[in-house]
Design a protein around this ligand. Structure first.
Ligand code: KIV
Length: 267
């Protein structure tokens, strides 16, 4: 049987140059499939608010929703390391709230680690959470919870000054105790520089080929999100038309009386 993955495996993978594959999951059936495929890390991302709940951004997502989705994923008993996102306002207001909410994602949700967004500004929260032995994955660059400060979803770290600021963010989250850091939508050469400077693994999304691992949103790679498809997404399947075909066949068979058949009935 495959061994349950831990943060120590990610550290070893970085030191041995083995790439880390990460995908989001928000429910039991997809967690079963994704885990069977051998994914290293399942991220119960607050992107659930956009790709499942249909919000325009991740800001409305609540702790209750994150716990609900984390519990659903954990019922798949994944071998992958499960990391759950701390939603907007669950860790930014004070350190006690950050600790409590991080703890709830482990205690009630069943996750093994949490992820939060921010660099130098959020390092005290990372330190507070890791001090009570809760592993933290950091997230810098394009941080969707800061969309209004960034003026939209745009590439971060362009130009020397911004690049230096992002490098400082990366060093700050490592120093605060993060076990890994997501680099979202930053220039590839900057991601390469950060990856070389850090001892913890970098997980890229729109951050080029040099990161220690990659993360994408499951619904994006399956072609299940019709809203928009960012440049960094590769669609490995078009599941939308497959669902449409099945649903259309069902509707027409019900209307024609072709379903149910004898075999679907009880005598
Ligand atoms: O919420 C999420 O899915 C994420 C990833 C895109 C990194 O934060």
């Amino acid at each position: 049987m495959q061994k349950k993955k831990t943060i120590l495996d990610l550290q070893r993978m970085k030191s041995e140059g083995e790439r880390i594959a990460v995908l989001t999951c928000y429910d039991y059936p997809t967690a079963v499939i994704v885990d069977r495929c051998g994914i290293d890390v399942i991220l119960v991302g607050d992107s659930v608010g956009v790709v499942v709940a249909g919000y325009d951004n991740t800001l409305p997502v609540t702790m209750e929703e994150m716990i609900y989705h984390t519990k659903a994923v954990m019922r798949a008993r994944p071998q992958a390391l499960v990391v759950a996102d701390l939603p907007f306002l669950s860790y930014q207001t004070d350190l006690a709230a950050a600790r409590l909410n991080a703890g709830l994602l482990l205690k009630d949700g069943g996750a093994a680690a949490v992820k939060l967004e921010g660099g130098v500004n959020i390092a005290p929260a990372i330190r507070a959470i890791t001090e009570i032995d809760i592993p933290v994955m950091a997230h810098i660059g394009l941080t969707p919870q800061s969309l209004h400060r960034m003026g939209g979803f745009r590439v971060q770290g362009k130009g020397e000054e911004q690049a230096e600021k992002l490098l400082a963010d990366a060093l700050a989250v490592q120093e605060a105790g993060a076990f890994a850091v997501v680099l979202e939508c930053i220039p590839a050469p900057l991601a390469a520089r950060i990856t070389a400077e850090l001892s913890i693994p970098t997980i890229g999304i729109g951050a080029g080929v040099s990161c220690d691992g990659q993360v994408l949103v499951l619904h994006d790679i399956l072609g299940l999100c019709e809203k928009y498809s960012p440049k960094f997404v590769k669609r490995y399947a078009e599941v939308g038309p497959i669902i449409s075909e099945a649903v259309s066949s069902y509707i027409s068979e019900v209307r024609q009386g072709a379903f149910p058949e004898e075999g679907h009935s009880f005598s």
